[in-house]
Design a protein around this ligand. Structure first.
Ligand SMILES: NC(=O)C1=CN([C@@H]2O[C@H](COP(=O)(O)OP(=O)(O)OC[C@H]3O[C@@H](n4cnc5c(N)ncnc54)[C@H](O)[C@@H]3O)[C@@H](O)[C@H]2O)[C@H](O)CC1
Length: 463
């Protein structure tokens, strides 16, 4: 609580360095954090006003005494007091409820939340804005609208996704040094920086050639959906795959002359024959592949080589067949099919959904969205960046090809997944700056080389 409160005080001092600070403290540990923050702000010479509910948590009680001992007066918390004390304040700190909140909000708390939102003051929320259920991306009732949320120990579902994340404003993570076992279950995910990702990218030797830069097979396309496989192939080439061959039952558009096309009526037989000769470094399958996808997925998973399963290859019958080298890339609709649940259940808690997919299917999982979640056996990563224009056909096909190319260049499945979503998002930002909502998957492919250079440059820039 001491570290948490200090981190909140530091954030207020950083972002709102002048004027009176009004702090609201509930009866639980979240309120205790607010009382500690008030003491630190007072020590920094800030004028503070504190409105507090009766303390129920023992540490909250102790911190109320400590606050009194340094001469800060605490006044009873009610909506009228919030209205009165808001006048003339520069910023309001919301320490009413944190992760201990169980919906629905009781009426007296709902009244306080309404008074906070009506105050017009910028709000710094402690851990989660009051009224948000930390474990859900949707809204469960009236909620504090924060300008900034200082979250403690780890990122929570509500701060990352959906309408809940809009209530949180800018999210700052305060990494607390807590005794083992204290971190709460909902503090789940980490969000690697571009610099973290840059350190995972492959570096080539000067004598690299097309045979050492990754041989990738793309298995996809069907009459009517041939472009999906072509987009995956383009994505793979644009992140440096040495040789990319597309196996398809459909005629391919000639999108890049560097792509090698293998059109076969019986793709399974053609693959088996080619595999008997030599296996590639990675396979990417499922994009526009149609009804034969599950059988082809079984064949390719049986080879045990790195692979990406996308689109039509994301089927419940493949549960348990994943291995350490594979990456599953569902969007929420495909994830719902794989977990036999509704799309709303996936989007309400993408972190839990990604974890469940990884446990059920094995390997690594990219649950696509804004942001995407990468699940691997050691934890959850949430992606950064991207562009709203990326909500268009073919973006997922491109991502699948990117990840396959990274697997083909020797990255592990989790690293390929994380690097893949990062490069894809950065390329989307670049292409989005030029094309806006008219962004196409081919535009994103065209920016992948520059996106890679941006990510690598972040190490020098310290981004
Ligand atoms: N993440 C960490 O490791 C740390 C978190 N800290 C802070 O602790 C809170 C969680 O504290 P807790 O005491 O468990 O819960 P809250 O303070 O959020 O709320 C408890 C309080 O709320 C009342 N309540 C519950 N539901 C409702 C409702 N529907 N309507 C009204 N009131 C409700 C309940 O009766 C209790 O009185 C976490 O968010 C962090 O801020 C630590 O300080 C550091 C380590």
């Amino acid at each position: 609580m001491e570290e948490a409160g200090r981190a909140v005080a530091d954030a207020v001092q950083d972002s709102f360095p002048v004027g009176r600070v009004l702090l609201l403290a509930g009866g639980g540990a979240n309120g205790g954090d607010a009382l500690v923050a008030a003491r630190h702000l007072a020590a920094l010479g800030r004028e503070v006003r504190v409105l507090a509910a009766p303390a129920r948590h023992p540490l909250t009680r102790a911190n109320r005494k400590r606050l009194g001992a340094v001469g800060v007066r605490v006044t009873a918390l009610n909506a009228a007091a919030v209205v009165r004390e808001s006048s003339g304040a520069a910023v309001l700190v919301d320490g009413l409820l944190g992760t201990g909140f169980t919906p629905p909000l009781r009426p007296e708390l709902a009244e306080l939340v309404a008074a906070v939102n009506a105050s017009g003051l910028p709000v710094v929320a402690i851990d989660v804005p009051t009224g948000l259920d930390a474990t859900r991306a949707d809204l469960v009732g009236v909620t504090v609208q924060a300008a900034q949320t200082v979250t403690l120990s780890g990122l929570k579902t509500a701060l990352l996704f959906g309408p809940a994340a809009h209530q949180a404003g800018e999210v700052r993570l305060a990494a607390l040094r807590l005794p083992v076992g204290w971190a709460q279950a909902e503090a789940l995910a980490t969000r690697p920086t571009r610099t973290d990702v840059a350190r995972l990218l492959p570096v080539r030797s000067a004598d690299a050639h097309k045979g050492t830069a990754g041989r990738v097979w793309v298995v996809g396309g069907h009459p009517g959906t041939a472009g999906a496989a072509a987009l995956a192939g383009m994505g793979a080439l644009r992140v440096g795959a040495g040789l990319v061959t597309v196996y398809s039952a459909a005629d391919m558009p000639l999108v890049m002359p560097e792509l090698m096309m293998q059109r076969h009526e019986d793709v399974a037989a053609a693959l088996a024959e080619a595999a008997a000769h030599s296996l590639p470094d990675a396979v990417c399958l499922g994009m526009g592949l149609g009804p034969h996808a599950p059988a082809l997925a079984r064949l390719i998973l049986g080879w045990g080589i790195p692979c990406v399963l996308d689109a039509d290859a994301l089927q419940p019958e493949l549960a348990g067949l994943g291995h350490a080298g594979c990456v599953w890339t569902p969007h929420p609709g495909e994830a719902a099919r794989m977990l036999n649940c509704t799309v709303a259940e996936i989007t309400r808690d993408p972190l839990a959904a990604a974890r469940a997919l990884q446990e059920r299917y094995g390997g690594a999982v990219i649950l696509k969205g804004g942001p995407s979640v990468v699940a691997q056996s050691g934890g959850l990563w949430v992606s950064r960046g991207g562009h709203p224009g990326m909500g268009s056909a073919g973006m997922g096909d491109t991502l699948a090809g990117i990840v396959a190319a990274l697997l083909g260049q020797g990255l592990s499945a989790p690293d390929a997944a994380l690097c893949g979503v990062t490069l894809h998002a950065r390329a989307g930002e670049r292409a989005g700056a030029r094309h806006g909502y008219g962004l196409s998957a081919s535009d994103v492919s065209g920016e992948l080389g520059a996106a890679w250079l941006d990510v690598v440059a972040s190490v020098k820039e310290g981004a």
